[in-house]
Design a protein around this ligand. Structure first.
Ligand code: GAP
Length: 522
């Protein structure tokens, strides 16, 4: 993971937010290549949902909404995590994510020494249990705890009291063994105020999911799009959560993007649509370079599901830091529409012309994280290989990002073999200018050609196009071009096409380049 994080910074995929001021935990900036990768991913999702399907329409809701939305949806009361705190380090943990510990717990009693030097008096500071990772660590933790109680350099002493065994206990800090605080409920929504007066009437929240705007506007969208059930609304946008422990690079952030579909279906058909969406989404991940074998489908047990859910699948990816959720696909019943209908007093029912009946549809919601998918794609694409340098013959390590061409930030790089040969440069510039309006291309003329290939491999550019002497003088030998058409010996105006993954090189006619590349990257 460290190598991927370092590459992301070195080559301009992802930077820490506010880095020059020491950063901001849980916020990330996408650099020049990261933004292309992310945009390609979102564009492909958008195309699959709204262009290639007849039953989904697009939508872009506002981040700020009336506070009543969050009351009705249940977020204001229930969008929270139980949180515990270490009394020594003040670090907070989600109570349901503490690593369970089995072993010995020792209780220490701490004393502070007061009174005079001639007549010292020991005053008890109370007792404190510590999970024993080692005797030394337990004493260090107990000592640190009682020091927080006196807070001024007063000397303290420790006495060991009881000792007991615990099994799978989540009451202790796995980092230092200290007993954690009782869980407290912590709302994850980021609160803000609308307008100049910061009182209760001005409160609202930065949306914690994009979904709610689609429920609230269900009727408007339905009326204007004249769709019949089943039909869906798709949206991509920012969401904000005041996560207790942002971690694992961009995986758990406080600001992130979601790609969500609210798919409205006839009552009773939710379960079958849940199955359909699971398959649809697995195929989509495969199309962006995450193989089916690397995705685990978790059937979320009832006790772990959101209270509104009648069935949820989590699609999880094998990240280097563990198997973790990429996307949740939930059958939300008619919970959301019902809540908004009740709280707003506005009818949100669908009129079924065939059945001549009004009802609230059920909803199946595939909800994916943009940033998590980008991270999974980076992890999946990253490879290191030992290869022989074509010029020096020496062995070297090649770092390559094997992105699916459709989401690669740069699709092709154009290289004149030598930058001081005007005839080569003129053709290279010409090809670059021809391709530039069609797809994202780069032009590189410095360093030896092998080095230039390597730099493009490292950012995942699938195709290298080299304008060489055979372009000017004619192909040395006959071959079959990348498009399958023959190239004859002596044929001019061909270039070397190098493939990133196989490093195979073949010739292709310059005139065939646009069509060839476009079919490969869409
Ligand atoms: N509307 C349903 C919903 O928001 P969720 O499981 O809470 O469901 C959906 O979120 C997806 O959003 C997750 O599967 C994940 O990909 C992404 N996501 C959620 N919290 C995130 C966070 N703190 N950082 C990055 N992505 C997050």
């Amino acid at each position: 993971m460290e190598k991927i994080v370092a590459l992301c910074k070195r080559r301009g995929f992802i930077f820490q937010s506010s880095e020059i001021y020491g950063g901001l935990n849980g916020a990330w900036d996408y650099g020049p290549l990261g933004v292309e990768l992310k945009r390609n991913l979102k564009d492909y999702w958008w195309k699959c949902m709204t262009q290639l399907r007849d039953d989904i329409v697009g939508f872009d809701g506002s981040i700020l909404m009336n506070r009543a939305v969050w009351k009705a949806s249940g977020h204001e009361d229930t969008f929270s995590d139980p949180m515990v705190e270490c009394p020594i380090t003040k670090k907070r943990f989600r109570a349901d994510q503490i690593e369970p510990l089995t072993g010995k717990v020792k209780t220490f009693e701490g004393y502070k020494i007061s009174g005079s030097e001639e007549n010292p008096i020991e005053v008890s500071l109370g007792k404190f249990p510590v999970f024993v990772q080692s005797e030394k660590q337990a004493i260090k933790t107990a000592d640190a705890y009682f020091r927080t109680r006196v807070n001024d350099g007063t000397p303290i002493t420790l006495q060991e009291r009881e000792s007991q065994s615990v099994e799978n206990s989540t009451a202790f800090n796995p980092e230092n063994g200290a007993l954690l605080s009782e869980p407290r409920i912590f709302n994850l929504m980021l609160k803000t105020y609308i307008g100049p007066v910061q009182d209760d009437s001005a409160i609202t929240y930065l949306r914690p999911e994009t979904a709610q705007a689609m429920f609230v506007q269900f009727k408007n969208v339905l009326d204007v799009s004249q769709k019949k059930l089943p039909f869906g609304i798709a949206q991509i946008g920012k969401a904000f959560r005041n996560e207790i422990n942002p971690r694992n690079f961009t995986f758990r952030s406080r600001e992130f993007e979601q790609m969500e579909v609210e798919f409205f279906v006839k009552p009773g058909t939710g379960p079958e649509w849940l199955e359909k969406w699971r398959e649809e989404r697995l195929a989509w991940y495969e199309a962006v370079g995450i193989p089916r074998a690397k995705i685990h489908v978790l059937t979320v047990p009832e006790k772990d599901r959101a209270f509104y859910s009648q069935g949820t699948y989590d699609l999880e990816y094998e990240f280097p830091f563990g198997i973790q959720e990429l996307e949740g696909i939930a059958h939300r019943g008619n919970y959301d529409l019902k809540q908004h209908q009740e709280h707003s007093g506005k009818p949100l029912e669908y009129f079924d012309e065939e059945a001549k009946a009004k009802y609230l549809p059920e909803v199946v919601e595939p909800s994916a994280g943009v940033d998590r998918t980008v991270l999974a794609i980076l992890c999946e694409a990253y490879a290191e290989e030992t290869i022989k340098d074509e010029e020096s013959g020496k062995e070297e390590t090649r770092v390559v990002l094997r992105f699916a061409p459709r989401i690669a930030p740069i699709k092709a790089a154009i290289f004149p073999l030598l930058k001081n040969k005007p005839e080569l440069v003129a053709i290279a510039r010409d090809i670059y200018k021809t391709l530039q309006p069609l797809l994202k291309v780069a032009y590189a003329d410095t360093a030896a050609i092998g080095r230039r290939y390597r730099r493009m491999d490292e950012v995942g550019t699938p195709f290298g196009i080299t304008i060489d002497f055979e372009t000017l003088e004619g192909a040395k030998e006959a071959s079959v071009s990348a498009t399958g058409t023959p190239i004859s010996a002596g044929q001019k105006d061909t270039v070397t096409l190098r493939h990133r993954d196989s490093m195979k090189q073949e010739r292709i006619a310059i005139s065939d380049l646009p069509a060839y590349l476009l079919t490969k990257v869409t």
